[in-house]
Design a protein around this ligand. Structure first.
Ligand code: DAH
Length: 338
């Protein structure tokens, strides 16, 4: 660039026009490099002052100083303007709408069957019972033989059992919670007051009233002087806690190999008798198998289905609702958490 006062003014005007045309800080930075930086015309003019004859230096030095100051002032003002604009844009873009509805994270809850199981456990714990557990993969001996169901016993074929390989291991998926009776009696001397809620298995198809995996609750009492009146009173109390204080129970003669006498227990609910489970006085053969003196001790036992209890109590007509885990169903029971 030729070093004349008009060319210096023109360079400064060009720089100012570019600064004012910058639309954001990014563009402004590029303008700075081109028009203000070391390689800009004004900077180069400043550097070439040294090459001027001495007498011209002061005059051109002054002009360059004035023009550079003019450019810098406009630059500083534009920079502040663009910064304000940027801040305003960011505030706008990142604005939080405090009126938007919040996002809910829902807490997990217990399955209705678990809630029921806990309720039953609480009830019996309150009567001094203990809650026992047993394995779901059970020895055939405990699931059948010890309960007076020898291999050729017809009752054994009554149960559609899942036998587990290798068959020589003689393991089954327990078909009922009754083996926990035997486990408890083998471990613990009377008096025994236990319930055992748990999962049981039978080779059924899933339909509106059946499921191959289902829950039962077993009860067992062994003590001195236990009679069927104790059984009936306990079942009444249990039924009333489940279905309401008005509920009555009745025992119908039946047969189970592990009880003698045996009965089906029904309860009267909403105008009809409903079958609930099995019960009876523990068969002396079972007490013997567990090493209990039948001269001194007697006992009662009962076993009911958990799904059935839940279905009747809540008017659930399809087993699928219980097993499928649809939250629209389970939520109706609350979380069960306290
Ligand atoms: N275990 C029987 C079943 O699964 C139910 C049962 C009946 C249990 C009578 C008992 C009982 O304890 O005394 O069908």
């Amino acid at each position: 660039m030729s070093l004349t006062s008009s060319s210096l003014v023109a360079a400064a005007d060009l720089a100012i026009a570019a600064i004012q045309g910058a639309k954001d800080l990014e563009e402004l930075k590029a303008v700075r490099i081109e028009h203000i930086g070391d390689r800009s015309d004004l900077a180069k003019a400043n550097q070439s002052l040294a090459t001027l004859p001495k007498e011209d230096r002061a005059e051109f030095g002054k002009i360059i100083g004035v023009e550079r100051a003019r450019v810098n002032t406009v630059y500083a003002a534009r920079e502040v303007e663009l910064e304000i604009e940027r801040d305003r844009r960011i505030l706008e873009e990142e604005r939080v709408d405090v009126t938007l509805p919040g996002r809910r994270t829902s807490l997990g809850g217990l399955h209705p069957l678990t809630i029921l199981t806990n309720e039953i456990s609480d009830l019996f714990l309150g009567m001094g019972y203990q809650v026992e557990e047993g394995p779901e993969l059970e020895s055939e001996w405990l699931n059948f033989d010890a309960l007076n169901m020898p291999v050729d016993h017809p009752a054994r074929t009554m149960q559609d059992t899942f036998f587990v390989e290798p068959l020589t291991a003689r393991l089954v998926l327990r078909t009922h919670t009754s083996p926990v009776q035997v486990r408890t009696m083998l471990r613990q001397a009377p008096p025994i007051y236990i319930i055992c809620p748990g999962r049981t298995y039978r080779a059924d198809e899933l339909d509106a009233t059946h499921t191959p995996v289902f829950g039962q609750v077993e009860g067992l009492v062994v003590d001195r002087g236990i009679t069927m009146a104790d059984l009936k009173g306990t079942l009444d109390h249990f039924a009333q806690a489940m279905f309401g204080p008005e509920v009555k129970t009745r025992l119908r003669p039946s047969f189970f190999p592990f009880t003698e006498p045996s009965a089906e227990v029904d309860f009267f609910f909403q105008g009809r008798w409903i079958e609930w489970g099995g019960c009876g006085m523990v068969n002396p053969k079972v007490l013997h198998a567990a090493g209990i003196d039948t001269q001194e001790f007697s006992g009662f036992a009962f076993g009911m289905g958990l799904e059935r209890t839940l279905m009747v109590r809540h008017g659930i007509s399809d087993m699928h609702d219980i097993v499928e885990g649809d939250l629209r169903f389970t939520r109706q029971f609350g979380t069960g958490l306290v």
